[in-house]
Design a protein around this ligand. Structure first.
Ligand code: 9YT
Length: 128
């Protein structure tokens, strides 16, 4: 059994900063759970291009406000505390934060820990 607090991750290599977000990675691949789980901040006033070609991601907003625009043609959905979105079709999207958004993100397959987006908003596929 794993018991962890957000404080255990802050200031470690598992507090990963992207240009527009900070991801506090709580459960990673080495936990053997089959998914990873992150407590992620999307910074206010930002727009992030994301395209998880190699992962499925579900995101549950617990604080803040923004929107997600599915590319290339929409739709655009508002996001607030209590909104979940699940990218079950590897959708390319733009994530905008009007206020700082705090999101609980789960990835399948799990991230190993240190991934940041490439220029297309992609995390690499795992190679053994
Ligand atoms: C919602 C989202 O995908 N934000 C980017 C960061 C990512 N979720 C992560 O690595 O925690």
């Amino acid at each position: 059994m794993i018991v962890k607090k957000l404080d255990d991750v802050l200031g470690t290599e598992h507090e990963v900063k992207g240009g527009t977000w900070t991801s506090r990675r709580l459960i990673l691949r080495d936990a053997g759970m089959g998914f990873s789980m992150h407590d992620t901040l999307i910074h206010a006033g930002t727009e992030t291009l994301i395209w998880y070609k190699n992962h499925l991601e579900a995101v549950y907003c617990i604080e803040g406000k923004g929107e997600i625009e599915v590319l290339p043609d929409g739709p655009t959905y508002p996001i607030e505390a209590g909104t979940l979105y699940a990218l079950n079709g590897n959708e390319k999207h733009l994530l905008r934060a009007e206020e700082e958004m705090r999101m609980i993100c789960t990835f399948n397959p799990p991230l190993t820990g240190l991934e940041v987006h490439d220029e297309d908003g992609v995390y690499p596929a795992l190679t053994e």
